[in-house]
Write a protein that binds this ligand. Structure first.
Ligand code: PMP
Length: 344
């Protein structure tokens, strides 16, 4: 008898079940055991593969989507890429309404994955009919049988992580996890994982990472939207200038804020110390861990899981470009020597 061919049916089968990897070097001198859930191992190189697959399959089960239908979203980032990838394999059209601030590289990448990209002006109000939010809404209303993912306001985003990332972490740590540290953007990742973990053990502490210039931490503390918290920052995918309903603030114990500079330097440090080439928000999450450890949050017995949301390749012209780092004035204080940055 011939042996069976050991092949995957397609890349969608590889979504989820990402590895948990011990951090051995960057954590030297820090109390506790540190493990990274490295979401770059998803085929679309980010955690967003999980929500794209989950939300699309849910719509299929409910009979909302049938092959040939259209899936719409408003992002040039990881979610756009993941939706395009899932759409191709499942036979859907994918329309992405993106801001004109998006780089040509990003737009080309989405088009390469078969998406139809509408580039909308960045400098108009969110309720202007030309904004990418309004364009997406209009297309959704016009195209029969279309699904608008709307990740910031779609609680299926939470469910995707509740059903996948949460159980994986519980299983991979043998239930010994004491702390979860994760970036919060839409909040889907942290909320979904937290709900699952706290159901297993209510003592697990869940800490969100927020950016300076975002409203999330203040909202968590006061339950009030404070627009004075909002100012421009560089990390993409972390923090927000509105309160997303895909965040379950009650599932999060506290937030910690990190700077653009420290997050960029820490991402570079992860590559040089652990061989993990991860994205800007992974640097932010690791930076948050360092700050929490300095505060004395962890003990020798703590088992801390940190989520690294995506891969470093998407940031070549940013945090992994010495020229970009120099232009931002990053790296002067903490020592470019230590990070072996070569300015030419
Ligand atoms: N990191 C990156 C790179 C992201 O794109 C996002 C999503 N906005 C996040 C972190 C945060 O994940 P979530 O939206 O699930 O809170």
């Amino acid at each position: 008898m011939k042996e069976a061919i050991k092949a995957h049916e397609n890349v969608l089968e590889l979504i989820g079940n990402t590895p948990l990897i011990k951090l051995n070097h960057i954590t030297k001198g820090m109390k506790g055991n540190y493990f990274a859930k490295v979401e770059a191992f998803n085929p679309g190189h980010s955690a967003k593969d999980r929500i794209a697959l989950y939300i699309i399959e849910k719509a299929e089960k409910e009979g909302i989507l049938t092959p040939g239908d259209t899936i719409i979203e408003t992002t040039s980032g990881n979610t756009g890429f993941s939706i395009a990838m899932v759409s191709i394999l499942k036979g859907y059209k994918c329309i992405l309404a993106v801001s004109s601030k998006s780089s040509d590289d990003k737009i080309d990448m989405l088009k390469s994955m078969g998406a139809q990209v509408y580039v909308c002006p960045a400098n108009v109000a969110a309720d202007d009919p030309r904004s990418y939010y309004e364009v997406a809404k209009r297309l959704h209303n016009e195209i029969a049988g279309s699904v608008y993912i709307n990740q910031y306001f779609n609680t299926l985003n939470i469910d995707a992580h509740y059903h996948t990332t949460g159980p994986e972490i519980w299983d991979q740590t043998g239930g010994q996890i004491t702390h979860l540290v994760a970036c919060s953007g839409t909040g889907g990742t942290i909320s979904g994982i937290s709900r699952y973990l706290k159901e297993q053990n209510p003592d697990v502490q869940v800490i969100g990472i927020d950016a300076y210039g975002s409203v999330l931490q203040k909202y968590h503390e006061t339950r009030e939207f404070d627009k004075n918290e909002i100012y421009p920052y560089r990390i993409e995918g972390l923090g927000k200038n509105l309160v997303p309903s895909a965040t379950d603030f009650d599932s999060i114990d506290r937030f910690v804020k990190v700077t653009d500079e420290q997050s960029a330097l820490t991402a570079r440090e992860l590559a040089k110390t652990e061989g993990l080439f991860v994205g800007y928000t992974s640097g932010a999450a690791m930076q948050g861990l360092k700050q929490l450890e300095e505060e004395g949050v962890f003990t020798e017995d703590s088992n801390i899981v940190v989520i690294f949301p995506d891969h470093g390749s998407r940031y070549m012209s940013k945090i992994y470009s010495d020229e970009w780092m120099e232009k931002q004035g990053f790296g002067e204080m903490t020592g470019s020597e230590m990070l072996n940055i070569q300015y030419v």
